[in-house]
Design a protein around this ligand. Structure first.
Ligand SMILES: [Zn+2]
Length: 356
């Protein structure tokens, strides 16, 4: 069944409303979340005054404080409201956006029918994710599950649809990991590689915060026969070493700079080596320029990775329309050509999202 599926999908993009021709995608954000529960990162502190943050609504006078302590604040880590998601993402459509990739994985609040409704209401193409995110989101029985059974679940999401919704995934990911790698994490990556072979869908990786993570994870996938050009490595904004970026680009994978608009210095990376940290949009654009000068224009994709509600416009954030509204004009002013911008925002996402 799956081989005929792969044949039938070859050359098309799988959206929540069905397959579309790749030339219909337009300007594409490769890594977003319209619905997501980051609650598995959250915890209830012992101290009453810390618990007071749990149920605080986001307001102008606590916005910075909440982004510092988002793991304590439900209003920021629950992205659950459909009307809000619709309004926030409509601004992206109004700015000329064409397609948004929602890479919320299994167990993270993925909502196929709500994505389909938002796609109809906004006329945006929405490509839904699948596979397994970081270990705290793995199913409880992950240790007993075989690689085959994990792969079957990912394949079913792509070929049949999630549950009985009939809404199908168009990308395998974000496949997540913490560092160091564990056997269960290796298993989710190998299962994702199997799912690629069965479907031809691309794979999107959320690497652990270690300089060796991206290449190690890419190698697990390529050892399992996935061509590097079918893999997007996400969150490379966090990696400051240009030599590292160049050697990763030389493998032939796509390099994703996916937290454009997040410049909040109160929102720091913890538990990572010091060369892994948040960037500014200027630093992100400098890395794009470096990679273009090195000849890797056709490997770059960008996005915002909106994953907390304090990134919504209504909460003082830059939301889903920041790239077309603010980043593109800044790229133009820095000397990016129209062709280069088109390659990054239209052609590269189109090429990687097209089933092979
Ligand atoms: Zn993400």
């Amino acid at each position: 069944m799956t081989q005929s599926f792969r044949q039938s999908m070859k050359g098309k993009v799988n959206t929540v409303l069905g397959p579309v021709n790749p030339d219909k995608l337009g300007l594409t954000l490769m890594h977003e979340h319209l619905f997501l529960g980051m609650d598995k990162y959250a915890f209830t502190p012992e101290e009453a005054t810390q618990r007071a943050w749990l149920d605080k609504p986001i307001a102008m006078d606590n916005l910075a404080a909440i982004s510092e302590r988002w793991k304590l604040n439900k209003a920021s880590y629950h992205m659950y409201d459909e009307q809000t998601a619709l309004e926030e993402v409509s601004a992206f459509a109004h700015q000329g956006g064409g397609t948004l990739v929602d890479v919320t994985s299994i167990g993270c609040g993925r909502d196929p029918l709500a994505l389909a409704r938002i796609s109809r209401a906004t006329r945006l193409n929405i490509v839904m994710g699948g596979s397994y995110y970081v270990p705290i989101y793995h199913p409880a029985d992950i240790a007993e599950r075989s690689e085959d059974s994990l792969a079957e679940e990912i394949v079913r999401d792509v070929t049949v649809g999630v549950g009985d919704t009939g809404v199908r995934s168009g990308i395998i990911g974000e496949v997540g990991c913490f560092w160091p790698l564990t056997d269960n994490q290796r298993k989710t990556f190998r299962a994702s590689a199997q799912a690629y072979h069965a479907t031809g869908a691309p794979i999107l990786v959320h690497p652990g915060f270690d300089m060796t993570a991206p290449e190690t994870l890419l190698r697990i996938l390529t050892d399992a026969g996935v061509p590097p050009g079918r893999v997007v490595i996400g969150h490379l904004d966090f990696f400051f070493d240009y030599g590292f970026l160049k050697s990763l680009a030389q493998t032939g994978c796509y390099l994703e700079f996916d937290t454009f608009g997040l410049e909040d210095t109160s929102n720091a990376v913890t538990n990572a080596p010091k060369d892994i940290e948040r960037s500014s949009d200027t630093q992100r654009m400098e890395r794009l320029e470096f990679l273009i000068n090195e000849g890797f224009l056709d490997r770059i994709v960008i996005s915002h990775d909106v994953c907390w509600t304090f990134r919504y416009t209504r909460n003082g954030g830059k939301s889903y329309d920041h790239v077309p509204r603010m980043v593109v004009p800044r790229m133009e002013r820095r000397g990016f050509t129209g062709d280069q911008i088109r390659t990054i925002l239209h052609d590269n996402p189109r090429d990687v999202l097209t089933f092979s």
